[in-house]
Design a protein around this ligand. Structure first.
Ligand SMILES: *Cc1c(COP(=O)(O)O)cnc(C)c1O
Length: 440
């Protein structure tokens, strides 16, 4: 499999790269995102799987089909076994709606799947080449912890997390600053934008790039995106349903990486009807599906804040898949927008009806699925991705249901540990000095 930039128009846009190159460069040189140049047909593999196939086995088989030219069977299996010490869990909500819980990993959110795979495959590539790298990550709180946990303990990789001082929650700060070992936390005296700017500047800084190998681990990295297709295949296989009963996935969406990965699974032969793109009031994609016009804008703050994205970066990947046609995208993806009030009501109702606590992101998905089912009279099964553990959003869950959810054990552990971070002013000189001093 080869990969090209979404922006094929420019001079460098037509050069294809390997998976390895895409993983280490993150972004294409012309600023576009990497996408598969051709779509493999995995239908035969899918037919060969059964409900007994484990998530690791399925992952090794699918990833083998995608990147088998670059890594041996054994290496792919090793990467998947290392990456996935956790797996998705299906929970039924009603006759035709189920949850695909993706929050049983180390930081209790679906981003653990992509981050874990990226960390394991980078380690594998680096070990083969006897190389080392420093991964720089700017975070506003949540993504950084998934990345930090995933890379913790990797031999060939040092991780430096930049987070804005005083602007992440206490729990998030503990998760970022207590790992130690190969993970260093930089507490930046500035905003999240300052952190992002510093990381970008570091990548183009001549002195740094001459002396250190720097890598990124953004959510747009193919090494995080492709493995997200795996749990769609798994959910498709594991959900109990009648022969020939139709199936749709519902995906709570912000930057649209998760949904894009599902669309890839579909392109590669997973026989599902389509996808429901559930958003909060940051609804540029549902609006595009309705009007054919893409109007990115500043994001609005909501209670499902991991989905507060006003300019979803993976939209350009979806545009490539559907050849720029809103009409074709509309056939596969249905947009539904949910307000905060509806989200709280849904959390309340689901708890009353079934005793299940939902986090606010998953609640957006659940209500979107139910609205779509009602309005379209779709009679098949819907599998809604549950993207985070309710225990990560104690205050909102409490407000909606009156119940205090238990904090997952792995997060409790972080709270008990001692914080270690280096305080830094938001300027490149200081970051440069820190990196050269530590890693040269
Ligand atoms: C990141 C995130 C989302 C949105 O996923 P995208 O891939 O950005 O669309 C949804 N829910 C939770 C809990 C998240 O952390």
């Amino acid at each position: 499999m080869k990969f090209i930039s979404t922006r094929v128009g420019s001079a460098t846009g037509k050069t294809s790269v390997s998976f390895r190159e895409a993983v280490f460069s993150g972004l294409a040189p012309n600023g576009g995102l990497y996408v598969p140049m051709e779509q493999p047909d995995l239908s035969e593999r899918i037919v060969a799987f059964s409900r007994q196939t484990s998530f690791q086995e399925l992952s090794a088989s699918v990833m083998g089909a995608l990147i088998g030219e670059e890594l041996s069977r054994e290496a792919v299996l090793r990467v998947c076994e290392q990456a996935f010490s956790f797996e998705p869990v299906i929970k039924r909500l009603d006759d035709t709606l189920s949850l695909l819980e993706l929050f049983h990993g180390p930081t209790c959110a679906f981003k653990d799947f992509g981050a874990s795979f990226l960390a394991s495959i980078m380690e594998e590539f680096l070990r083969q080449e006897s190389r080392r790298t420093v991964v720089l990550v700017a975070t506003s709180g949540d993504t950084g912890s998934a990345v930090a946990r995933a890379f913790h303990g990797k031999q060939s990789i040092k991780v430096v997390i930049l987070y804005p001082s005083g602007r992440v929650s206490a729990l998030q700060e503990q998760q970022l600053t207590t790992l130690g070992g190969n993970v260093s936390a930089l507490e930046i005296q500035g905003s999240f934008d300052d952190c992002q700017r510093l990381v970008k500047q570091a990548f183009v800084d001549a002195r740094l790039s001459q002396s250190l190998s720097l890598s990124s681990a953004n959510s747009i990295n193919l090494g995080r995106l492709l493995p997200q297709a795996l749990y769609y295949f798994y959910g498709y296989l594991q959900l109990e349903r009648k022969d020939n009963e139709r199936l749709m996935f519902c995906v709570p969406s912000g930057n649209f990486g998760n949904l894009t990965a599902g669309v890839y699974a579909w392109l590669w032969g997973m026989p599902v009807e389509g996808f429901i793109a559930a958003t909060n009031v940051n609804d540029v994609v549902p609006e595009y599906l309705k009007t054919g016009e893409f109007r990115p804008r500043p994001s609005l703050k909501t209670i499902s804040n991991a989905m507060d994205v006003g300019h979803p970066s993976n939209f350009e990947r979806l545009v490539v898949v559907f050849g720029g046609s809103a009409k074709r995208m509309r056939k596969c993806i249905k947009g539904v927008r949910i307000t905060d009030q509806e989200t709280l009501q849904t959390m309340h109702r689901v708890y009353q009806d079934s005793g299940i606590l939902l986090d606010p992101h998953t609640a957006v998905g659940v209500l979107a699925a139910r609205k779509y089912r009602r309005d379209s009279r779709f009679g098949g099964q819907i599998l809604c991705l549950a993207t985070a553990h309710p225990g990560k959003f104690v205050d909102i869950v409490q407000k909606a249901t009156g119940v205090t959810p238990e904090l997952p054990a792995t997060l409790k552990e972080a709270l008990a540990k001692e914080k270690r971070a280096t305080l830094l002013k938001p300027n490149l000189k200081q970051l440069e000095a820190f990196l050269l001093d530590r890693f040269l």
